[in-house]
Design a protein around this ligand. Structure first.
Ligand SMILES: C[S@@+](CC[C@H](N)C(=O)[O-])C[C@H]1O[C@@H](n2cnc3c(N)ncnc32)[C@H](O)[C@@H]1O
Length: 235
Protein backbone atom coordinates (compact mmCIF):
# COMPACT_ATOMS: atom_id res chain seq x y z
CA UNK A 1 0.00 0.00 0.00
CA UNK A 2 1.50 3.33 -0.96
CA UNK A 3 0.87 6.86 -2.07
CA UNK A 4 0.70 7.50 -5.77
CA UNK A 5 4.06 8.37 -7.32
CA UNK A 6 4.55 11.87 -8.67
CA UNK A 7 5.90 12.08 -12.24
CA UNK A 8 9.70 12.63 -12.38
CA UNK A 9 10.89 16.19 -12.90
CA UNK A 10 12.26 17.36 -16.24
CA UNK A 11 15.98 16.52 -16.51
CA UNK A 12 18.37 19.46 -17.15
CA UNK A 13 20.30 19.67 -20.46
CA UNK A 14 23.89 18.42 -20.91
CA UNK A 15 25.50 21.77 -21.90
CA UNK A 16 28.14 22.42 -19.11
CA UNK A 17 27.31 26.17 -18.91
CA UNK A 18 23.62 25.38 -18.68
CA UNK A 19 24.41 22.73 -16.05
CA UNK A 20 26.41 25.27 -13.98
CA UNK A 21 23.56 27.75 -14.24
CA UNK A 22 21.03 25.09 -13.28
CA UNK A 23 23.17 24.05 -10.28
CA UNK A 24 23.47 27.66 -9.07
CA UNK A 25 19.71 28.20 -9.34
CA UNK A 26 19.06 24.84 -7.65
CA UNK A 27 21.33 25.90 -4.77
CA UNK A 28 19.38 29.14 -4.28
CA UNK A 29 16.05 27.31 -4.50
CA UNK A 30 17.20 24.65 -1.98
CA UNK A 31 18.56 27.23 0.45
CA UNK A 32 15.37 29.29 0.25
CA UNK A 33 13.28 26.13 0.66
CA UNK A 34 15.31 25.08 3.71
CA UNK A 35 14.82 28.53 5.24
CA UNK A 36 11.06 28.35 4.71
CA UNK A 37 11.03 24.83 6.17
CA UNK A 38 12.77 26.01 9.31
CA UNK A 39 10.40 28.95 9.60
CA UNK A 40 7.41 26.66 9.10
CA UNK A 41 8.61 24.23 11.73
CA UNK A 42 9.72 21.47 9.37
CA UNK A 43 6.70 20.95 7.13
CA UNK A 44 7.04 18.81 4.00
CA UNK A 45 7.57 20.83 0.81
CA UNK A 46 5.81 18.24 -1.34
CA UNK A 47 2.68 18.27 0.72
CA UNK A 48 2.69 21.97 1.64
CA UNK A 49 2.06 23.24 5.13
CA UNK A 50 0.25 20.88 7.51
CA UNK A 51 -3.49 21.32 8.08
CA UNK A 52 -4.26 22.88 11.43
CA UNK A 53 -7.27 21.64 13.37
CA UNK A 54 -9.85 24.26 14.36
CA UNK A 55 -12.02 21.86 16.35
CA UNK A 56 -11.87 18.46 18.04
CA UNK A 57 -13.83 16.92 15.14
CA UNK A 58 -11.28 18.19 12.64
CA UNK A 59 -8.40 17.06 14.87
CA UNK A 60 -9.76 13.51 15.00
CA UNK A 61 -10.09 13.30 11.20
CA UNK A 62 -6.63 14.79 10.62
CA UNK A 63 -5.11 12.34 13.10
CA UNK A 64 -6.56 9.36 11.19
CA UNK A 65 -5.33 10.85 7.88
CA UNK A 66 -1.81 11.17 9.30
CA UNK A 67 -1.92 7.67 10.81
CA UNK A 68 -3.02 6.22 7.48
CA UNK A 69 0.00 7.70 5.72
CA UNK A 70 2.39 6.76 8.53
CA UNK A 71 1.17 3.16 8.67
CA UNK A 72 0.82 2.93 4.85
CA UNK A 73 -2.87 2.08 5.04
CA UNK A 74 -3.53 3.97 1.83
CA UNK A 75 -3.90 2.44 -1.62
CA UNK A 76 -3.35 4.64 -4.69
CA UNK A 77 -4.64 7.52 -2.62
CA UNK A 78 -4.58 11.17 -3.57
CA UNK A 79 -1.54 13.18 -2.41
CA UNK A 80 -2.06 15.68 0.41
CA UNK A 81 -2.21 18.60 -2.03
CA UNK A 82 -5.21 17.07 -3.78
CA UNK A 83 -6.80 16.07 -0.48
CA UNK A 84 -6.68 19.70 0.56
CA UNK A 85 -8.08 20.77 -2.81
CA UNK A 86 -11.02 18.35 -2.39
CA UNK A 87 -11.75 19.81 1.04
CA UNK A 88 -11.45 23.44 -0.09
CA UNK A 89 -13.67 22.99 -3.16
CA UNK A 90 -16.30 21.01 -1.26
CA UNK A 91 -16.51 23.46 1.61
CA UNK A 92 -16.53 26.48 -0.74
CA UNK A 93 -19.43 24.88 -2.66
CA UNK A 94 -21.26 24.41 0.69
CA UNK A 95 -21.83 20.87 -0.55
CA UNK A 96 -24.48 18.74 1.12
CA UNK A 97 -24.09 15.72 -1.15
CA UNK A 98 -20.73 14.44 -2.34
CA UNK A 99 -20.42 11.31 -4.47
CA UNK A 100 -17.05 9.59 -4.85
CA UNK A 101 -16.19 6.82 -7.29
CA UNK A 102 -13.25 4.85 -5.87
CA UNK A 103 -13.20 4.82 -2.05
CA UNK A 104 -10.06 2.72 -1.67
CA UNK A 105 -9.26 2.76 2.08
CA UNK A 106 -11.05 6.04 2.72
CA UNK A 107 -8.21 8.57 2.47
CA UNK A 108 -9.80 11.04 0.02
CA UNK A 109 -13.16 10.34 1.70
CA UNK A 110 -11.77 11.67 4.97
CA UNK A 111 -10.63 14.86 3.23
CA UNK A 112 -14.23 15.27 2.03
CA UNK A 113 -15.42 14.67 5.59
CA UNK A 114 -13.31 17.60 6.78
CA UNK A 115 -15.53 19.79 4.60
CA UNK A 116 -18.78 17.90 5.24
CA UNK A 117 -18.55 18.20 9.02
CA UNK A 118 -18.78 21.97 8.41
CA UNK A 119 -21.60 21.84 5.88
CA UNK A 120 -23.50 19.04 7.62
CA UNK A 121 -23.32 17.12 4.39
CA UNK A 122 -23.00 13.46 3.40
CA UNK A 123 -20.55 11.39 1.36
CA UNK A 124 -21.71 8.47 -0.79
CA UNK A 125 -18.66 6.55 -1.95
CA UNK A 126 -18.42 3.53 -4.29
CA UNK A 127 -15.86 0.73 -4.01
CA UNK A 128 -15.67 -2.57 -5.90
CA UNK A 129 -13.05 -4.19 -3.65
CA UNK A 130 -14.63 -5.64 -0.50
CA UNK A 131 -11.36 -5.69 1.49
CA UNK A 132 -10.64 -2.02 0.85
CA UNK A 133 -14.25 -1.08 1.62
CA UNK A 134 -13.91 -2.84 4.99
CA UNK A 135 -10.70 -0.95 5.80
CA UNK A 136 -12.33 2.33 4.73
CA UNK A 137 -15.29 1.65 7.03
CA UNK A 138 -12.85 1.15 9.90
CA UNK A 139 -11.06 4.43 9.11
CA UNK A 140 -14.34 6.36 8.96
CA UNK A 141 -15.26 4.89 12.33
CA UNK A 142 -11.90 5.77 13.88
CA UNK A 143 -12.35 9.34 12.66
CA UNK A 144 -15.86 9.48 14.11
CA UNK A 145 -17.50 10.25 10.76
CA UNK A 146 -19.23 6.91 10.05
CA UNK A 147 -22.69 8.53 10.15
CA UNK A 148 -21.55 11.03 7.53
CA UNK A 149 -20.60 8.33 5.02
CA UNK A 150 -22.38 5.64 2.99
CA UNK A 151 -20.10 3.10 1.30
CA UNK A 152 -21.72 1.40 -1.68
CA UNK A 153 -19.93 -1.86 -2.42
CA UNK A 154 -19.98 -3.14 -5.99
CA UNK A 155 -19.27 -2.02 -9.54
CA UNK A 156 -19.94 1.71 -9.66
CA UNK A 157 -20.84 1.52 -13.35
CA UNK A 158 -23.93 -0.46 -12.33
CA UNK A 159 -24.53 0.93 -8.84
CA UNK A 160 -24.49 4.55 -10.04
CA UNK A 161 -27.53 3.87 -12.23
CA UNK A 162 -29.54 3.26 -9.02
CA UNK A 163 -28.50 6.52 -7.39
CA UNK A 164 -31.20 9.11 -6.85
CA UNK A 165 -29.50 12.18 -5.42
CA UNK A 166 -28.89 15.79 -6.27
CA UNK A 167 -25.12 15.95 -6.26
CA UNK A 168 -23.18 19.08 -5.30
CA UNK A 169 -19.71 17.62 -5.81
CA UNK A 170 -18.75 14.40 -7.61
CA UNK A 171 -15.24 12.91 -7.58
CA UNK A 172 -14.07 10.29 -10.07
CA UNK A 173 -11.00 8.28 -8.99
CA UNK A 174 -11.44 4.66 -10.12
CA UNK A 175 -10.86 2.60 -13.31
CA UNK A 176 -9.45 5.04 -15.87
CA UNK A 177 -11.27 3.42 -18.81
CA UNK A 178 -14.54 4.17 -17.04
CA UNK A 179 -14.16 7.93 -16.53
CA UNK A 180 -16.33 8.99 -19.47
CA UNK A 181 -19.07 6.51 -18.52
CA UNK A 182 -18.98 7.85 -14.93
CA UNK A 183 -19.18 11.41 -16.27
CA UNK A 184 -22.21 10.58 -18.42
CA UNK A 185 -23.97 8.87 -15.51
CA UNK A 186 -23.14 11.59 -12.97
CA UNK A 187 -23.90 14.67 -15.10
CA UNK A 188 -27.72 14.43 -14.97
CA UNK A 189 -27.51 14.14 -11.15
CA UNK A 190 -25.16 17.08 -10.59
CA UNK A 191 -26.98 20.30 -9.80
CA UNK A 192 -26.41 23.37 -11.99
CA UNK A 193 -23.45 25.13 -10.36
CA UNK A 194 -22.16 21.81 -9.01
CA UNK A 195 -18.68 20.39 -9.58
CA UNK A 196 -17.33 17.20 -11.14
CA UNK A 197 -13.77 16.48 -10.07
CA UNK A 198 -11.54 13.78 -11.53
CA UNK A 199 -8.11 12.50 -10.53
CA UNK A 200 -5.06 11.55 -12.62
CA UNK A 201 -6.54 13.23 -15.66
CA UNK A 202 -3.23 13.01 -17.54
CA UNK A 203 -3.98 9.29 -17.84
CA UNK A 204 -7.43 9.82 -19.37
CA UNK A 205 -7.30 12.04 -22.47
CA UNK A 206 -10.81 10.99 -23.56
CA UNK A 207 -12.18 12.34 -20.28
CA UNK A 208 -10.23 15.61 -20.68
CA UNK A 209 -11.69 15.93 -24.18
CA UNK A 210 -15.21 15.21 -22.94
CA UNK A 211 -15.12 17.90 -20.23
CA UNK A 212 -13.37 20.41 -22.51
CA UNK A 213 -15.68 20.16 -25.51
CA UNK A 214 -19.09 20.34 -23.83
CA UNK A 215 -20.67 23.84 -23.85
CA UNK A 216 -22.57 23.00 -20.65
CA UNK A 217 -19.27 22.66 -18.78
CA UNK A 218 -16.27 24.78 -17.82
CA UNK A 219 -13.09 22.99 -16.75
CA UNK A 220 -9.79 23.88 -15.16
CA UNK A 221 -6.86 21.59 -14.37
CA UNK A 222 -4.88 21.70 -11.11
CA UNK A 223 -1.65 19.83 -11.77
CA UNK A 224 0.34 20.41 -8.55
CA UNK A 225 -0.70 17.09 -7.05
CA UNK A 226 -1.73 14.02 -9.04
CA UNK A 227 -3.62 15.98 -11.74
CA UNK A 228 -7.09 17.10 -10.73
CA UNK A 229 -9.69 18.39 -13.15
CA UNK A 230 -12.35 20.70 -11.77
CA UNK A 231 -15.43 20.93 -13.96
CA UNK A 232 -18.32 23.29 -13.34
CA UNK A 233 -21.78 22.32 -14.57
CA UNK A 234 -22.95 25.75 -15.75
CA UNK A 235 -26.20 27.22 -14.48
C1 LIG B 1 -7.17 5.23 -7.16
S1 LIG B 1 -8.02 4.25 -6.04
C2 LIG B 1 -9.01 5.42 -5.16
C3 LIG B 1 -8.23 6.23 -4.19
C4 LIG B 1 -9.08 7.03 -3.24
N1 LIG B 1 -9.95 7.94 -3.95
C5 LIG B 1 -8.18 7.80 -2.30
O1 LIG B 1 -7.70 8.86 -2.68
O2 LIG B 1 -7.96 7.29 -1.19
C6 LIG B 1 -9.21 3.50 -7.08
C7 LIG B 1 -10.20 2.63 -6.38
O3 LIG B 1 -11.30 2.44 -7.29
C8 LIG B 1 -11.78 1.14 -7.13
N2 LIG B 1 -12.50 0.75 -8.36
C9 LIG B 1 -11.99 0.38 -9.55
N3 LIG B 1 -12.97 0.08 -10.43
C10 LIG B 1 -14.14 0.27 -9.76
C11 LIG B 1 -15.50 0.12 -10.11
N4 LIG B 1 -15.86 -0.29 -11.35
N5 LIG B 1 -16.44 0.41 -9.19
C12 LIG B 1 -16.08 0.82 -7.94
N6 LIG B 1 -14.81 0.96 -7.55
C13 LIG B 1 -13.84 0.70 -8.44
C14 LIG B 1 -10.52 0.32 -6.89
O4 LIG B 1 -10.84 -0.91 -6.27
C15 LIG B 1 -9.68 1.25 -6.03
O5 LIG B 1 -9.84 0.99 -4.66
Amino acid sequence: MAHRKVAPDVIAGRDPRAMKHTLAISGIVLATGAWFLLRAGGSDVKSGSPSLARSEVEKKILTVLEDMVRSQKTYLSVPVKDGKALRVLTEAAAAKNVVEIGTSTGYSGLWFCLALQGTEGHLTTFEIDRGRATIAREHFKQAGVERMVTIVEGDAHQELAKLKLTIDVAFIDADKGGYVDYLNKLLPLVRPGGLILAHNVEMVPDYVKAVSTNAELESIFYMEGGGLSVTLKKR
